[in-house]
Ligand binder design. Sequence first.
Ligand code: URA
Length: 252
Amino acid sequence: MAQVRLQKYLAEVGLCSRRKAEDLMRQGRVTVDGQVTEAPGHMIDPETATVALDGQVVGPPQKLAYYMFHKPSGFLTTLDDPRGRPTVKGFLDKLPVRVYPVGRLDLDVSGLLILTNDGQLAMRLMHPSYLVSKIYRAKVKGLPSEEKLDLLRTGQILILGKPAAPAKARMLKSGPDKGQLELTLTEGRHRQVKRMCAAIGHEVIRLKRIAYCDLPLPPDLPPGQTRKLSPSEIRHLKAQVGLVPADSDPKK
Ligand code: URA
């Protein structure tokens, strides 16, 4: 069988992205036939090499799988929490294939997460240069004025000292002391929506992601449920990050 770079193999078996694989290799955690292998260009023959991470043999490339998941709030987007808090692992374990969340939602945030073992797609969807859109519905304290929303729209908000990219922002509902906002972001920095809303003086009370890369969270997918992505949804995600030609995007 043709030789492949070790980091490509690790991504293809669904372990992680290529970049993460390189980190693991640099950390001396990956062995090939029992030898620690740190060189990023190392080639292996997947048919004959025994590749292990932290001493655990990594299996042959598995079938690529793509799901959407309605993450309920109250679960961490990780597979293991040293503090023993609930994680999404229990939901993922019910699936027939091993898949991983693309990006994260905070513990108290619900909504759409993509799950896959396609490391290359996951890496691109998470990379800021692809400007993948994410739509959030945020219930906030108080009623943000249009002037304040303009600060979000024009990128005049600093998050940890760096300007946040301009976001689409619109009021969906307003009550006497609360408002509901829809925010469309192309960045995915840590606690970004909460930080952006806090920066204009409106604390987020509840947050839900209602779309990812133009795929909406279906109304008939209840919290805690997963469903396979359709071939056209998979093609759309790949087209958005340049993995298939844009003219094969069924959404265009
Ligand atoms: N913004 C946040 O503040 N939290 C999330 O989980 C996602 C976006």
